[in-house]
Ligand binder design. Structure first.
Ligand SMILES: Cc1ncc(COP(=O)(O)O)c(C=O)c1O
Length: 410
């Protein structure tokens, strides 16, 4: 596999033994592709997927709002210059402190009936009136079957049962609806069907609750190819279909903003992880290549190896954002060796589970070489336990569209 920006990566490898590098041009390409194909729809960037400030700023520069999953992400969006009406804060288990900090800085989406009561109380104590959203756990599943139990959101029937209570709230007014059921879907038809079910849900919620609806957030779902055999989502077809649904919906509710959230689609393909070969040894005929910071630098490949090796199933269950599928990462040695070798790629932690791949055939690696791993733009640095063994963590770099490389926030 040919790697773009090879010389730039090798230049950085002179300074850093492990690093992420995010390519702004790729972020531009993916964000613009969404915007071009989805008309009448706003986008919210799910910051949790990659909160590296240069990446966040880059996505926001395309007119995306924020899907914030914590007060800190609300504050990050504010720091990056987003107005409160472009920041949507949705997460389970918000505390009173979170709510106090967030009121006035974003649109809060309540995740439970308890949370509605807490926002009502907190807003009252602060003397403010707030318009909020509610996250619904609908009666249907992402794939169109029956809905099921979830730690997220308020069950549709519970929400409808409490219609009178909700109308009587003094300090908050429900003006928005949010649903997110599934991530990393590659089947365009499934996402289309989900959108269709969402508009039915929105219509019946408005009817049952009698709310003055201002926004709906359809959640995420749009996946990216990880394994070589994965196909891209047909964003053109998806956008065309959703744009039409939104047009129809807006003929009766013209003032409602419709949002789609997305994290990995914007940035997943932009990131590469580079790790230096620190050592190499042969043990009982098996060749180990010891790399800088694997489980503790980019956890997902090592996590995938653990799941694939230690679960009985041939195909471990998808568990986003930690595990997607077999063969989700490609390993590219940045050297000119034409000779190949069967090696086991492992890291420099004192645990034998710190292995990314076993007995993989690669161009022969030597100590000092750099190995690049793909699909490192999303749920990568952010979900990695970097403090393990107190090793220096990888740095994060942005390759800007002008060709310069920056470490943070320049
Ligand atoms: C509520 C919510 N919205 C959006 C996302 C983003 O998903 P993705 O990065 O797959 O687009 C997630 C991911 O966990 C989520 O939980």
């Amino acid at each position: 596999m040919e790697i773009k920006n090879r010389d730039i990566i090798l230049e950085q490898a002179k300074e850093y033994s492990s690093f992420y590098i995010y390519d702004e041009n790729v972020i531009n390409e993916y964000t613009e592709r969404l915007k071009k194909n989805f008309r009448g729809i706003g986008f919210l960037y799910s910051i949790k997927t990659n909160p590296f400030i240069n990446v966040v700023k880059s996505v926001f520069s395309h007119g995306f709002g924020a899907d914030a999953a914590s007060l800190n992400e609300v504050l990050l969006a504010e720091k990056c210059g987003l107005a409160p009406d472009m920041v949507y804060y949705s997460a389970p288990g918000k505390t009173e402190r979170d709510i106090m900090g967030a009121l006035g800085k974003c649109v809060i989406t309540a995740d439970s009936l308890n949370e509605i009561a807490l926002i009502e109380k907190t807003a009252g104590e602060m003397g403010v009136k707030a318009e909020i959203g509610v996250r619904i756990n609908p009666d249907f599943s992402f794939y169109g079957g029956k809905g099921g139990p979830s730690k997220f959101g308020i069950e549709e029937y519970q929400l409808f049962d409490r219609a009178e209570y909700l109308k009587g709230l003094k300090n908050i007014k429900i003006t928005g609806l949010h649903v997110h059921l599934h991530s990393q879907e590659l089947n365009t038809d499934c996402i289309n069907m989900y959108y269709k079910n969402m508009f039915s849900l929105i219509n019946r919620t408005v009817e049952k609750l009698g709310i003055d609806l201002k926004f709906v957030n359809l959640g995420s779902g749009i996946g990216i190819p990880y394994a070589r055999e994965d196909c891209e989502v047909n964003v053109e077809a998806l956008g065309k279909n959703l744009s039409k649904m939104v047009e129809d919906f807006k003929s009766s509710m013209p003032l409602v903003s419709v949002f789609v959230e997305t994290g990995r689609y914007c940035v997943g393909k932009s990131g590469l992880y580079a790790a230096k070969v620190l050592d190499k040894k042969v043990s009982f005929g098996k060749t180990y290549v010891i790399l800088a910071n694997t489980l503790n630098g980019f956890m997902r490949p090592a996590m995938a190896h653990i799941l694939e090796k230690y679960t009985d199933d041939e195909k471990p269950a998808e568990s986003e954002p930690f595990y997607t599928c077999k063969g989700a990462f490609q390993y590219i040695p940045l050297n000119n060796n034409t000779e190949t070798e069967k090696v086991t790629l492992c890291g420099n932690l004192c645990t034998s589970t710190d292995i990314m791949e076993e007995d993989i055939e690669l161009a022969k690696l030597e100590v000092g070489d750099t190995l690049v791993i793909t699909n490192a733009g999303s749920y990568a640095a952010v979900i990695t336990p970097m403090q393990f063994a107190s090793l220096n963590p990888p740095v994060q770099l942005m390759l800007k569209s002008d060709g310069s490389v920056t470490c943070a926030d320049k």
